[in-house]
Design a protein around this ligand. Structure first.
Ligand code: ME8
Length: 520
């Protein structure tokens, strides 16, 4: 039977600079969602990439005295490296300067034009290079320094040129109807409400080409224009699925199940993108989910404040699973979050080293010493045994439901609630005391604990893949028995199976002198 497909994307990153922790965060969260659905039995296509055109790239390259393509080549490679370093399990990495992408952009343009939605006119307005977007004069303000800025704070400059326009105004009612009929299209709810009120306030036609520079995809039939970078960027999601070849192997993945983005780019994904697709007669993505922003000790990261964190250094310092765990557990996905050295260390030591690491170490060392290093035999389960086993099984249902709505932290909480409860269970059952008084019961308690750890190990894989693999290795769980289907009670550990000698899963974080890890 064909498996259900699941297509998930990250935003494609501007390679005009080096990646920072905000980029790493998007990747970690998206990767977790992708891994979860693979273990859940879906056929997953997970995409990331770089967004290489536009004025920002051109200007940065000019400053460095290199071509935009050279800049893109250099930094795109660093983004790719960062994704690999974070354990990213993406199936493809798209660069918008690739040939396949030019073809897709030109075809979607032709289809929008054929539908009567593109016309030539002149544009004049306030342009922000940083946001790669025009702003209404009413949206801008002039600061004390005399500089005019858009609402997010980047400077805008007056721009006037011949431009192609997309009839976005025509789609206002269609979009509102779509949001109404598909209440899950935009998440979380705050973002959905913002989008709806923005569209209700009236949509103007959108300028979708530029003539003042040529670093972009040429407009078919009028090559002095290049496409507006956001038309090009959004199209990446269908390029990678094989568009315009609807017989392509990957076209079955479209429409995407979810576009994961940051909250600053919701308008592009939830207003422009569905309008372009409606115009071109292409199916719409099922969901757009926006996460929040990360702040360093509550402060915005900025080079001048000196609190920009390099994801490579952060991972080198704390460890990959530790960093993944921290961001996924600490920040409710969809809300803004803050990080600090103390908060990271606290999570590592309390949750990973103490709760999970110690439980595994203590129970498995007891098995090694007292049960000949084999999965113990078990007798009838007591109520306490059954309660903890059931909780570990129920965590899967909770996690599935939560991950379907990208509530990553809710899923992870359910798994770590099992770990906390298993610690209480272990302490209350006192298997070390049973060793003399009732060795058979000790075997049942140790079996129960090991079986709970097996379930926890399977459930932890999307979040902390390396540590979860180590845990499953020391429980001798075969590589092909690690999917969510294996959590079922009839697939428990088999008594008598030899276990390798227990290795620590998570060391404690020991304070070193330079605590300002990774801060540049
Ligand atoms: O926006 N915390 O690229 P980008 C959390 N090329 N997320 C953050 C962040 C922070 N401090 N700073 C940035 C683009 N991000 C476009 C996307 S998609 C078709 C094109 C997030 O490199 C930001 O919200 O500027 C965005 O989702 C992502 O990083 C890429 O940002």
């Amino acid at each position: 039977m064909a498996r259900d497909t699941f297509y998930l994307t990250t935003p494609i990153f501007y390679p005009n600079g080096k990646p920072h922790i905000g980029h790493a965060y998007t990747v970690i969260a998206s990767d977790t969602l992708a891994r979860f659905q693979r273990l859940n039995g879906k056929e997953v296509f997970f995409l990331s990439g770089t967004d290489e055109h536009g004025l920002k790239m051109q200007q940065t390259a000019d400053k460095e005295g290199i071509t935009p393509k050279e800049l893109a080549d250099r930094n795109s490679a660093v983004f790719r490296e960062m994704i690999a370093m974070l354990g990213g399990s993406n199936d493809d990495f798209i660069r918008t300067t690739e040939e396949r992408h030019y073809k897709a952009c030109q075809e979607i343009w032709r289809r929008m034009a054929a539908n009567g939605d593109i016309y030539l006119s002149r544009y004049s307005g306030w342009y922000s290079v940083r946001q790669e977007a025009y702003f209404d004069e009413s949206e801008t303000t002039v600061g004390e320094d005399g500089i005019r800025r858009e609402p997010l704070g980047s400077p805008v400059e007056w721009n006037e040129e011949e431009s192609y326009f997309f009839r976005l105004s025509k789609y206002q009612d269609k979009l509102l109807e779509y949001y109404e009929k598909n209440p899950d299209f935009i998440g979380p709810a705050e973002r959905r409400n913002e989008v709806i009120s923005f569209v209700k306030s009236g949509l103007k036609d959108l300028s979708i080409s530029r003539t003042t520079f040529n670093w972009g995809v040429p407009v078919p039939g009028d090559e002095k224009h290049v496409m507006y970078v956001w038309v090009d960027a959004l199209t990446n999601y269908i390029t990678a699925a094989g568009f315009p070849d609807e017989n392509a192997e990957r076209w079955r993945f479209w429409p995407a199940d979810v576009h994961i983005i940051g909250k600053d780019i919701v308008r592009f994904h939830a207003v422009y993108w569905p309008a372009f697709l409606m115009s071109a007669g292409i199916g719409l993505p099922k969901r757009v989910y926006a996460h929040g922003f990360l702040f360093n000790r509550g402060e915005k990261m900025s080079k001048s404040v000196g609190n920009v964190v390099d994801p490579f250094k952060l991972v080198e310092h704390y460890g990959l699973d530790q960093v993944r765990y921290f961001f996924l557990r600490e920040v409710p996905f969809g809300q803004d979050g803050s990080y600090s050295h103390e908060a990271i260390v606290n999570r590592i030591n309390a949750d990973l080293a103490n709760d999970l690491g110690n439980l595994a170490q203590r129970s498995l060392s007891m098995i090694a010493k007292n049960c000949e290093g084999k999965v113990p035999e078990y007798g009838a389960f007591s109520d306490a045994d059954r309660a903890i086993l059931d909780q570990a099984e129920a965590a899967l249902a909770t996690a599935r439901e939560a991950m379907d709505r990208q509530a990553i932290n809710v899923a992870l909480n359910a798994v770590f609630d099992v770990v906390s409860e298993a610690n209480r269970y272990f302490a209350a059952q006192e298997p070390w005391a049973l060793r003399k008084t009732d060795p058979a019961r000790m075997g049942t308690v140790l079996f129960t604990t090991a079986e709970v750890l097996r379930r926890v190990g399977i459930l932890c894989q999307p979040f902390i893949p390396n540590a979860a693999a180590r845990l499953l290795d020391i429980l001798a769980v075969p590589a092909d028995k690690r999917s969510f289907a294996e959590i079922a009670t009839d697939r428990m550990l088999v008594p008598g199976t030899a276990l390798p000698s227990p290795q620590p899963i998570f060391p404690r974080y020991v304070e070193v002198e330079n605590t300002a890890a990774g801060v540049e």
